[in-house]
Design a protein around this ligand. Structure first.
Ligand code: FES
Length: 89
């Protein structure tokens, strides 16, 4: 789906750029020239960046839970299952 009509930039291109490290609206603007003409795509680009932040936060929480679970198993401690529930973000 085309997000930026002025520069003909798709959501796939934006996601690929974010995966390559362009994790801010400014970086995407520099990388893909989104939101540099009429600006109508700016809210959608910002939404995609914000959702990327949420995805990264969920990954950090999941990795921390895996670490705690692994540490507990290594020392023979059985943690309560409620600690294993993924955080709601
Ligand atoms: S739609 Fe992106 S700058 Fe116009």
């Amino acid at each position: 789906m085309i997000v930026c009509v002025c520069k003909n930039v798709s959501d796939r291109q934006i996601r690929a750029a974010m995966a390559d490290g362009a994790t801010t609206v400014r970086a995407l603007r520099n990388e893909l020239a989104v939101s540099t003409c009429c600006g109508k795509c700016a809210p959608e680009v910002k939404r995609m960046v914000d959702n990327q932040d949420m995805t990264l936060a969920a990954q950090v929480v999941s990795n921390a839970q895996d670490t705690v679970r692994g540490a507990g198993e290594r020392v023979g401690v059985k943690l309560r299952s409620s600690l294993y529930q993924p955080a709601q973000i």
